[in-house]
Design a protein around this ligand. Structure first.
Ligand SMILES: [Zn+2]
Length: 412
């Protein structure tokens, strides 16, 4: 099958080509990428799908998701194992209409993502490519307690990591800050977590948004810093030097800021001691400076050369599922070009996940995970809202408003 589109963004952060065609093979790989006329004349027998005035690019990767995050649902009592699985499946499949073909799950319930992948391997489900942690790890009473594993001290941390790897964890996630400037894990505990992961050949990310938790996490050697909300330029430089990547999750914090701002406006007139008012005020006190930190510093942090990863991290009940187009939209709003923003969801994730030989670019020999959007995306990031076609390993999973997740329908 030959796929053509007027514009082509290869995903490397700079290359935009015109009038290209991609020849896809039976194995779901990109066999050739080249000038349209040349490809058409060399392979005259091949069926052609011409997308016209549109942009083709690699399928996107959302590097911070929680597919099984049911905790914020108001009817949590209904969420037995079956409903949790159904919830996670619809969440994962929502990826396709966003042009997302890969996700990194940064905490769902124990064994949930590993089981989803098993179901996919058995052919029960069509899902995006999932890389996942098992369950987050925090200290007793730390951020996320009740939803993630609570452990203290180096040996408990090692044991939890060993258990998770035994149960199929492909990454490990540690949480060490929560809206205050008191770090949760000690330096010794953070160092141990990284050491145990790396000893086993597993990468690890850390939820760290405030100081000195961010610095402690950089020093410990985590592969990715999640949020890094109040990161300094000097810290971003250190990360660039150490080869550590940053998942800012700009949208999540901006969204939460807007939610509590609205709630505060709506509760105007309530007595100051009203408990909902108190909670919203406390939220506002954190999320307002958080959103401003991204708005005012994202570009200078990016300019240090630190590897930036696009992640959505939307867990609030009623928030949109995997709105990666909005995360990239904020990056552009704060100073990146659309082509640079796209790289944070294509080449950069593939490198950090260690799958750059399989995907992340539109390139010969790589998997045909391809997104086509209407118009010229290199000039207008909002074109991401106009998803026309999504291929996963050469198979159509979404086209013109319809998801193809029940069968493994081949293109053409
Ligand atoms: Zn998260």
């Amino acid at each position: 099958m030959i796929l053509c589109a007027e514009y082509c963004i290869t995903g490397d952060g700079k290359t935009v080509l015109k009038g290209q065609a991609a020849l896809l093979d039976e194995e779901g790989k990109i066999r050739e990428l080249g000038p349209r006329e040349e490809i058409l004349s060399r392979f005259p027998e091949e069926p052609v799908k011409d997308m016209g005035e549109a942009t083709m690019l690699p399928g996107l990767c959302d590097m911070h998701v929680h597919l099984g995050y049911w905790f914020s649902q108001p009817d949590g009592f209904n969420y037995n194992e079956y409903l949790k699985a159904a919830f996670a499946i619809q969440h994962a499949q929502a990826a396709f209409e966003r042009g997302i073909t890969s996700v990194r799950d940064m905490t769902s319930e124990r064994k949930l993502c590993a089981t989803l992948k098993l179901a996919e391997e058995k052919g029960f489900l069509v899902l995006p490519r999932i890389t996942h942690v098992d369950n987050g790890i925090c200290m007793t009473g730390g951020h996320g307690h009740g939803e993630v594993a609570e452990v203290d001290g180096p040996w408990e941390i090692r044991k939890e990591i060993r258990r998770q790897i035994r149960d199929g964890a492909e990454w490990v996630k540690v949480l060490t800050t929560h809206r205050t400037h008191t770090p949760e894990f000690t330096q010794e505990e953070l160092n141990t977590a990284v050491e145990e992961c790396h000893r086993r050949g597993v990468k690890c990310g850390v939820h760290a948004g405030t100081q000195p938790g961010i610095q402690m996490s950089i020093d410990a050697g985590f592969d990715t810093i999640e949020h890094g909300t109040f990161m300094t330029v000097e810290q971003a430089r250190q990360m660039a030097e150490n080869g550590q990547a940053w998942t800012p999750t700009i949208l999540a914090y901006t969204y939460l800021y807007e939610v509590c701002k609205k709630a505060l406006e709506e509760s105007a007139g309530k007595p100051a001691g009203d408990p909902t008012m108190q909670t919203e005020l406390k939220n506002y006190e954190y999320f307002e400076p958080a959103y401003k930190a991204y708005r005012d510093h994202f570009k200078e942090l990016y300019d240090t050369g630190v590897t930036v990863l696009a992640g959505t991290d939307m867990v609030v009940c009623g928030s949109p599922l995997l709105p990666l187009d909005q995360e990239l939209g904020y990056m552009v709003k704060y100073g990146l070009t659309p082509v640079q923003a796209i790289q944070t969801a294509t080449e950069n994730p593939a490198k950090v996940l260690g799958v750059e030989q399989q995907r992340g670019l539109l390139k010969e020999g790589l998997d045909a995970d391809i997104l086509v959007v209407g118009g010229d995306l290199s000039q207008d990031i909002t074109r991401l809202q106009d998803v026309r076609l999504v291929l996963l390993g050469g198979k159509t999973v979404y086209e013109d408003g319809v998801r193809y997740v029940g069968t493994s329908r081949m293109v053409m």
